[in-house]
Design a protein around this ligand. Structure first.
Ligand code: NAD
Length: 506
């Protein structure tokens, strides 16, 4: 297949409706920054209610033919999309880096994990197979089919502008739904690039639409009668709002929220390995990952002392710089306001009783024009301190000291968030007990960022997820389809008679 180079115009970022770019007419827009320079690089249109309604009407019309498109053809388009994303890997990663700020290598990792979801959805003919029970009653067969819902919407966060939309739309579209995506207004361009790739892959116009915007677009999504389901990923207060408002309107909603991921280090752990893992998972993507490790819980003072020394030794070697610059390992934060908010946790930590071991605000990178902050390490962090209770979402790692495994477990289980967690140990029995006891949706055993592969599903517990079903993988397919159970018989009309009794299956 000949692949055409998609056109990219990042100066004015607009909508994608009905298979083409549509410039916003609301007169409202937002600023897209370049976090590495601190300069504005684009404006993004903010949709009005009418513009959102138009996208939904287009998607509703497209649903009529898309749901009737054979599974083999849908799968073929998914394969083509997979190929196109693969071929445009670097271009997509560059777009992510330009607006988000994460390093190019990290952005390529994001594309790779997004791609897994397209690969999973290529198997949609298999995934949509129902069940069939022959002779459920005399001459009666019962079978289940799963059908798409209609128009579904995705509302996504800034920190994974390509992967999180792929978590959602791969299964939604493969299952026969049509999709309206409302990306983060902070880094909206990757969504349009993905839309262009869908078109090249042969997806009919109107099946995938992008509406840029803010609360106006989100609120209209939540109340629009023709949107049947909403997938959301973002911070906990907004996730809760989306879940409560969407379900009140009778919609199916899955709303993934924030996190505070604890990493327990037992005294028998390999300290070098635990330090490598903590540094990578805390400071990768400048800590702006919902699966970042932001809190270490060291069992025993000796473990804590050795671990802090090992982490401290590794920190100065991290190269902080623009994401597109060769050799950069950590980029800037998303906005100046967010950078300052993250820094305020470090500033307040001593007042709360924590110890600042390394202060990222003193790093020369934090003094430039871009939204950079150096890496910080806090010791003696405890529940009740803001630097412990809150999701900081920046390059700040806290260490808490406890005496026993039970104390460490209690901390994890009592924290309101329950997204991911990890344990570092060489004791298989302790690890298995942790896996059994811990109240979190995703658990790593000597793995700091346990993001499930695409053929499992992703989701946290407690305040990290509102809704019943996790995202992507088998639960994603379940979310975007509804079951229909058919009971059928083909009797000989001569045996037919009136029978007012309730049908019995014997
Ligand atoms: P956010 O909640 O600010 O925004 C997410 C989306 O909601 C965006 O599209 C935004 O435009 C919209 N939004 C923001 N405020 C709104 C409002 N008042 N009303 C309606 N819509 C609104 O989140 P963010 O800052 O973009 O992303 C970071 C957060 O996302 C972190 O808390 C992180 O943990 C979380 N996150 C969670 C997961 C997960 O899988 N659990 C994955 C990635 C990110």
């Amino acid at each position: 297949m000949a692949i055409k180079e998609p056109e990219i115009n990042i100066k004015r970022v607009s909508h994608w409706i009905g298979g083409k770019r549509v410039e916003g007419a609301s007169g409202r827009s937002g600023v897209v920054w370049n976090p590495a320079t601190g300069q504005q690089q684009a404006t993004v249109d903010f949709a009005s209610v009418e513009e959102l309604d138009h996208a939904v009407a287009v998607a509703k019309e497209a649903f009529k033919t898309w749901r009737a498109t054979p599974l083999s053809r849908r799968s073929e388009i998914l394969f083509a999309m997979r190929e196109l994303v693969h071929q445009n890997y670097k271009k997509l990663a560059e777009l992510i880096t330009l607006e988000h700020g994460k390093t190019l290598a990290d952005a390529m990792g994001e594309v790779s994990r997004g791609l897994e979801n397209l690969e999973f959805a290529c198997g949609i003919p298999h995934l949509l197979k129902g069940g069939f029970s022959e002779q459920a009653s005399r001459g009666v067969d019962v079978y289940q089919i799963r059908q798409p819902l209609g128009v579904v919407a995705g509302i996504t966060p800034f920190n994974f502008p390509a992967m999180v939309p792929m978590w959602m739309f791969a299964n939604a579209i493969a299952a026969g739904n049509t999709f309206v995506l409302k990306p983060s207004e902070k880094d909206p361009s990757p969504s349009l690039f993905l839309a262009e790739l869908w078109k090249q892959a042969g997806l009919p116009d109107g099946v995938f639409n992008v509406v840029q915007g803010d609360k106006v677009a989100v609120d209209r999504i939540l109340e629009h009668p023709d949107i049947k389901a909403v997938s959301f990923v973002g911070s906990t207060p907004i996730a809760k709002y989306i879940y409560e408002t969407g379900t009140k309107q009778g919609k199916r909603v899955q709303a993934l929220g924030g996190a505070k991921n604890h990493m327990i280090v037992l005294p028998d752990a390999d300290i070098g390995m635990a330090a490598d893992a903590a540094v990578s998972a805390a400071y990768g993507s400048a800590g702006e990952r919902c699966m970042a490790i932001s809190q270490v819980v060291a069992v025993g003072d000796e473990t804590a002392d050795k671990l802090i020394a090992a982490i401290k030794e590794r920190m100065p070697k991290i190269k902080v710089g623009p994401g597109l610059e060769e050799g950069s390992e950590m980029g800037p934060l998303i906005t100046r306001e967010h950078r300052d908010k993250v820094a305020s946790y470090v500033e307040n930590a001593p007042k709360e009783g924590a110890t600042v071991v390394v202060d990222g605000r003193q790093d020369p990178v934090a003094k430039g024009e871009g939204f950079f902050l150096g890496t910080s390490l806090l010791d003696n962090v405890k529940p009740g301190m803001k630097c412990y209770d809150d999701e900081i979402f920046g390059p700040v790692l806290g260490v808490a000291r406890v005496k026993t495994y039970e104390e460490a477990l209690k901390m994890v289980n009592e924290h309101p968030y329950g997204n991911g967690t990890a344990i570092f140990t060489r004791d298989g029995g302790a690890a298995r007990q942790f896996q059994f006891d811990v109240e979190a949706g995703m658990v790593g055993i000597n793995v700091p960022i346990p993001v499930p592969v695409a053929y499992y599903s992703f989701g946290g517990w407690k305040a990290s997820l509102f809704g019943d079903l996790h995202m992507y993988g088998p639960e994603g397919v379940q979310f975007y389809t509804r079951a229909k159970i058919v009971t059928s018989r083909w009797p000989d009309p001569s045996t037919s008679k009136v029978d007012l009794g309730f049908p019995r299956n014997r």
